[in-house]
Design a protein around this ligand. Structure first.
Ligand code: SF4
Length: 289
């Protein structure tokens, strides 16, 4: 399942020029600066902090995953924090065993499906909770960098954003690894970041989680069709119910057409559903409508 591809099927990633590498490192520092600004707003101007986070920064993420997912690794503050120990020569040595890796990756989907509906009740409204959660995740990411080799543990396995990054990154023609991975530490077996530009590597990575990917368009739609007034049971029931319907539909499609087409159809449906619903909300939040 996690077998490395043979040399003949690997399209090796292109190295960054020194200039681009330096720009990406600067981008990482800018990203940490933006994080500190958002955290300050969450602490002192909560409404603006929440608006910046959910209707300014987060909506950019799927677009980055879709176009340049490996650049995302340089911009994600948690990945940057996990990379600190490595840059300081204090990186951990542990590499997850294939079974542990698979378990954590399944866990990342479960975390995603538990946490996103919670936005309706907690994260969309409670700035202090967002602030504390972000700080705690920073500690987890740093500890993961101290414990695991490279980006293993948190960034490459358990992070709930990782499945979305992997799914939306299916189509990119990006040929570079993340800057942190320019020298690969083989922290993840079968890592698609390592084989940037290799569609087959990315497809087979997602294929391990195809049932989750098939359910994802319904999950995204479900999120936008409910509100916190519906109550906890309805919110989780409707979102997860639509995810189940989506799984059945794309699962059926999977039997009619090539599996990779059904996988791609599910990813594109989820991405377009997200932007169809989020763009009007962004306009409304910033008074542009
Ligand atoms: S490219 Fe290499 S160092 Fe980077 S996440 Fe993948 S396995 Fe780890």
């Amino acid at each position: 399942m996690f077998k490395e591809r043979t040399r003949s099927t690997i399209v090796e990633a292109k190295p960054y020029t020194n200039r681009v590498g330096a720009l990406l490192v600067i981008g990482s520092f800018v990203s940490i600066g933006v994080l500190l600004i958002v955290l300050s707003f969450l602490a002192f101007v909560p409404d603006l902090g929440l608006r910046l986070l959910w209707y300014g920064i987060i909506p950019l993420a799927p677009l980055i995953f879709f176009t340049v997912p490996n650049v995302w690794v340089n911009l994600c503050p948690l990945a940057i924090i996990q990379g600190f120990p490595r840059r300081m020569g204090m990186s951990g040595k542990r590499i997850l065993q294939p079974k542990e890796q698979l378990l954590l990756m399944q866990g990342s989907w479960i975390l995603l499906y538990l946490l996103v509906p919670l936005r309706h009740f907690v994260f969309n409204e409670m700035a202090l909770v967002c602030l504390v959660t972000t700080l705690l995740l920073g500690v987890v990411a740093f500890a993961s960098g101290l414990m695991f080799k490279g980006l293993g543990g948190w960034c490459s396995a358990l992070c709930p954003i990782r499945p979305v990054e992997m799914a939306y990154g299916l189509f990119t023609k990006e040929m570079n690894r993340p800057e942190l991975c320019a020298v690969c530490e083989s922290c993840l077996i079968g890592c698609p970041r390592k084989h940037a530009g290799n569609f087959e590597a990315k497809r087979s990575f997602n294929a391990q989680f195809s049932y989750w990917v098939f359910s994802f368009p319904g999950f995204v739609l479900g999120y936008f069709l409910v509100s916190k007034d519906d109550g906890w049971l309805m919110v989780y029931g409707q979102i997860l119910g639509l995810a189940a319907v989506s799984l059945l539909l794309f699962g059926a499609l999977h039997r009619l057409i090539k599996w990779r087409w059904s996988l791609e159809a599910a990813v594109l449906t989820a991405l377009s559903t997200y932007y169809v619903f989020i763009i009007p909300k962004i306009m409304e939040q910033w008074g542009l409508g």
